[in-house]
Ligand binder design. Structure first.
Ligand SMILES: Nc1ncnc2c1ncn2[C@@H]1O[C@H](COP(=O)(O)OP(=O)(O)OP(=O)(O)O)[C@@H](O)[C@H]1O
Length: 654
C-alpha cells in the first residue's frame, strides 16, 4: 500500500529496511546459518528504542494508573492452557499443497490473491497502480498481478470479502477458495481445504517428559492465576489493574512483513478487573470523554466498507457502539500513548471485531490499527474478556478467583432451607450417608420447593442419589425438614470482568519507524527518523569540530555532564565532515547534536543542533544541558528553546 512521509513524499520501504539493517536496528536471527523465519534480533539502536517505548508505556499506564505489575513465567503447563481454551482453540487456518508441501495461511492467501486480481483489474482499466518495490527474490512466493479485467460485480464481491476477511472460519475460507478458484500462487497447483493449526509451541517441563507444557502465547494467563494474590495485595479493593511486559511465542503459519508477524515478540498487557454490575463504569472516564477516535464499526465492515467515523469516545460509549466506559477509557488512553511516542495521528484507527473474529473468550473487542506500507495493521488489541478466564480457572482448581465484598445494605433472601436430623440420618443410611447428604445439599431452590410439598403431602421425599441402590433414595419426614426462611446476606461474591489492552511492542516499534522515516529533499539518499526525544535511542550526538586533540577534554566533560543527567549520548570524533557525521546520526534518529569548536575552548559555549530543522543555538554548557533535559522530559520543545537561546548561524556545518 502506498503511504507518504511527513514531507508528502512516497514512503520508500526498501530504503527504510536497508537503513534498519545497516544501522543495526534489527536483523534476522541466526543469519549466518541461513536464518529462521519470524525470528529477529535487535541491535543497539533497536534495543534502546524498544526500552524507551516500554519505559513510556510504564509511565503512561503502570505509573499513571497505579497498576500492579507482575512478571510471570513464560513456560506454562498444559493444564493451564487447556483450561483457558488455548489448547483447543488458539489456531489459524492453514492449507497445504499436497504436491509441493507448500503451506499457506488460508485467510492471508485468499486476501493476497483477491488483492492481486483487483490490482490486475485496475491495470487492465488503465488506472494508476503503485509499483512493487519488493526484493525480486521474495516476489516469487506472492500472488501474481495479471493484467485481467474483472466484471464490475466481481470487483464489488472481492471488495466486500476483503473488508471482512478476518470474519471467515475454516469452512467459509475453503468455500471462498473453491468458488474463486484459488490455487497455490507459486505453482498454480491445487490446495487441500483449510485445517486448524494450533499456534502454540509445545515443550515438556523437566527431564521425564511427562509434564507437557507450552511457551505462553500471551502474558495474560499468568496475571489471571495470581488474581487472588493481587486482590489481597490491593487490600481487596476493586477495581484494579495488573500489567505485564514480556515475551510471547506463536508458531505463525507464515511469518511475513518483517517485524509485523514474528514467532517471538514482546507484549505489554493490562488486565483491568472490574465489577460486572453497574455498567463497567470507569472512575476516570470523564478525563477522556472528549478524545476523538477514528472508529470503524462492525456493521460498516459487514456491509463490505471501510469508512471510519470520527467520534468522541464519550459519544461512542453513550450510543452503545463501544460496549462500556472501561473499554472506552482504554481505547482513548491507547491513542494518547501512541501519539505520545510519535505515531502519526492520521495513521491510527480503531476497528471493531466481527463476531467470528473475536477470540474464544471475548465479549467485545476493538483493535488499534496503524497504517503502514503493508496496510492497516493491528498493533493493540483491546478486548472485554468478560469473566471467562477467572471463571474457568476457578472451576478447574477451586481457587477463590472471586471478589468478596461487604454489602452496603444487607440483602434479605427468601429461600428453602433443609435441616437433617443427623442423629437418625447416620444410622439409617450408614455408608451411603455422605452421598445422600451431598445430593440433598445440591438440590436447587425449585427442587426444594417441590420436595417441601411432597414432604407435607406424602410424609416422605424421594431424592436421586447416583450410585446408591437403584439411584432413588426415600427419606421419611422424621429425618428431614424443608422450610422457607429468610437469610440475610452481608457479603456479596462476584467474578470480576476483565478489560484487556494488549500491546505488541514489535509492531508498534515497526509502525512508528515507518511513520517517522523521511528524507531531506536535498539528500534523498540519507534517511532521517524523527523520533520524539523521549523515545529516541540516543538523545545527543557529541561532535568535536575536527580531530584536533584540544577538543577532547571538552567533549569528555560534556559527555560526563549529560550522563549524570541521565541523557544518553554518543561521540562521533571520526574524521568525516561534520555535516556527514550529523547525517549519519539523523539516520539513527538522534534528536540533538552538540558541537565542540574553538569558541567552546575560549568561553565554554556550545552549539546545540535540532535534527528536524537542522537549526542551531549557542549557549553555555549548563544552558545547553538544561535545554536538552527539558526537551527529553517534554517540558520544552525546540520552538521554545529557539525563543530563549541565541540562534547560531556563524558556521556552515551542514
Ligand atoms: N505474530 C505476531 N508478531 C508480532 N506481534 C504480534 C503477533 N501476534 C500478535 N501480536 C501482537 O500482540 C497483540 C495482541 O495479540 P492478539 O492475540 O490480539 O493478536 P491477534 O489478533 O492474534 O493478531 P493477528 O490477528 O494479527 O494474528 C497484537 O495486537 C499484536 O500487536
Amino acid at each position: 500500500m502506498e503511504t507518504t512521509t511527513k514531507t508528502g513524499q512516497p514512503f520508500d520501504r526498501a530504503h527504510m529496511e536497508q537503513l534498519m539493517k545497516r544501522r543495526l536496528f534489527y536483523t534476522p536471527s541466526f543469519e549466518i546459518y541461513g536464518g529462521v523465519k519470524g525470528l529477529y534480533d535487535y541491535g543497539p539502536p533497536g534495543c534502546a528504542l524498544q526500552a524507551n517505548i516500554v519505559e513510556q508505556w510504564r509511565k503512561h499506564f503502570v505509573l499513571e494508573e497505579d497498576m500492579l505489575e507482575v512478571d510471570c513465567t513464560m513456560l506454562t503447563p498444559h493444564e493451564v492452557l487447556k483450561t483457558s481454551g488455548h489448547v483447543d482453540k488458539f489456531a489459524d487456518w492453514m492449507c497445504k499443497d499436497p504436491k509441493t508441501g507448500d503451506i499457506f495461511r488460508a485467510d492471508h492467501l485468499v486476501e493476497e490473491v483477491l488483492q492481486a486480481r483487483l490490482k490486475g483489474d485496475k491495470l487492465a482499466r488503465g488506472e494508476n497502480v503503485e509499483a512493487e518495490k519488493e526484493d525480486p527474490k521474495k516476489k516469487k512466493k506472492k500472488a501474481k498481478v495479471e493484467n485481467v479485467k474483472l466484471e464490475d460485480s466481481v470487483v464489488t464481491e472481492y471488495e466486500e470479502i476483503l473488508a471482512k476477511i478476518d470474519n471467515y472460519n475454516g469452512e467459509e475460507l475453503g468455500g471462498l477458495m473453491t468458488k474463486y478458484n484459488i490455487k497455490n500462487p507459486v505453482t498454480g497447483g491445487d490446495l487441500e481445504l483449510p485445517v486448524a493449526f494450533n499456534l502454540m509451541f509445545q515443550t515438556s517441563i523437566g527431564p521425564s517428559s511427562n509434564a507437557p507444557g507450552f511457551l505462553r502465547p500471551e502474558t495474560a494467563q499468568g496475571q489471571f492465576l495470581t488474581f487472588h494474590k493481587l486482590l489481597e495485595f490491593n487490600n481487596t479493593s476493586m477495581p484494579f489493574a495488573s500489567a505485564s511486559i514480556g515475551k510471547s511465542f506463536r508458531n505463525e503459519i507464515s511469518p511475513r512483513s518483517g517485524l509485523l508477524r514474528v514467532r517471538e515478540f514482546l507484549m505489554a498487557e493490562i488486565e483491568h478487573f472490574v465489577d460486572p454490575e453497574g455498567g463497567k463504569k470507569h472512575p476516570r472516564f470523564e478525563e477522556v470523554k472528549d478524545v476523538e477516535l477514528e472508529l470503524l464499526n462492525r456493521e460498516t465492515q459487514l456491509a463490505g466498507k471501510t469508512k471510519v467515523e470520527t467520534t468522541p469516545i464519550g459519544k461512542a460509549v453513550s450510543s452503545g457502539l463501544v460496549d462500556n466506559e472501561t473499554l472506552g477509557y482504554f481505547l482513548a488512553r491507547i491513542q494518547q500513548f501512541l501519539l505520545k511516542i510519535g505515531v502519526d495521528k492520521k495513521k491510527i484507527r480503531f476497528r471493531q471485531h466481527m463476531a467470528n473474529e473475536m477470540a474464544h473468550y471475548a465479549a467485545d473487542c476493538w483493535d488499534a490499527e496503524l497504517l503502514t506500507s503493508y496496510g492497516w495493521i493491528e498493533c493493540v488489541g483491546c478486548a472485554d474478556r468478560s469473566a471467562y478466564d477467572l471463571s474457568v480457572h476457578a472451576k478447574k482448581t477451586g481457587a477463590p478467583l472471586i471478589v468478596r465484598e461487604t454489602r452496603k445494605e444487607p440483602l434479605s433472601i427468601e429461600e428453602y432451607q433443609i435441616d437433617l436430623d443427623k442423629k437418625k440420618f447416620g444410622p439409617t443410611f450408614k455408608k451411603d450417608g455422605k452421598a445422600v447428604e451431598s445430593a440433598i445439599e445440591a438440590l436447587t431452590q425449585d427442587m426444594r420447593e417441590k420436595l417441601s410439598l411432597d414432604l407435607k403431602n406424602d410424609g416422605k421425599i424421594i431424592v436421586d442419589v447416583a450410585g446408591v441402590g437403584d439411584g432413588k433414595v426415600e427419606i421419611p419426614k422424621e429425618l428431614i425438614t424443608i422450610e422457607k426462611r429468610t437469610r440475610v446476606e452481608h457479603i456479596r461474591e462476584f467474578v470480576p470482568n476483565v478489560i484487556e489492552p494488549s500491546f505488541g511492542i514489535g509492531r508498534i516499534f515497526y509502525a512508528l519507524i515507518e511513520h517517522l522515516f523521511w528524507t531531506r529533499p536535498d539528500d534523498v539518499d540519507r534517511g532521517v527518523i524523527s523520533f520524539p526525544p523521549a523515545v529516541a535511542p540516543t538523545k545527543v550526538l557529541l561532535v568535536p569540530l575536527s580531530t584536533n586533540a584540544d577538543f577532547r577534554p571538552l567533549v569528555q566533560q560534556m559527555g560526563r555532564k549529560l550522563r549524570a543527567l541521565g541523557i544518553s549520548n554518543r561521540v562521533d570524533d571520526s574524521s568525516a565532515s561534520i555535516g556527514k557525521r550529523y547525517a549519519r546520526n539523523d539516520e539513527l534518529g538522534t534528536p540533538f547534536g552538540i558541537t565542540v569548536d574553538f569558541q567552546s575552548i575560549k568561553d565554554n559555549t556550545f552549539t546545540l543542533r535540532d535534527r528536524d530543522t537542522t537549526k542551531q543555538v549557542r549557549a553555555s554548557d549548563d544552558e545547553v544541558c538544561k535545554a536538552v533535559v527539558n526537551m527529553v522530559n517534554g517540558t520544552e520543545t525546540w520552538d521554545d528553546v529557539v525563543k530563549r537561546l541565541p540562534i547560531f548561524d556563524g558556521q556552515e556545518i551542514e
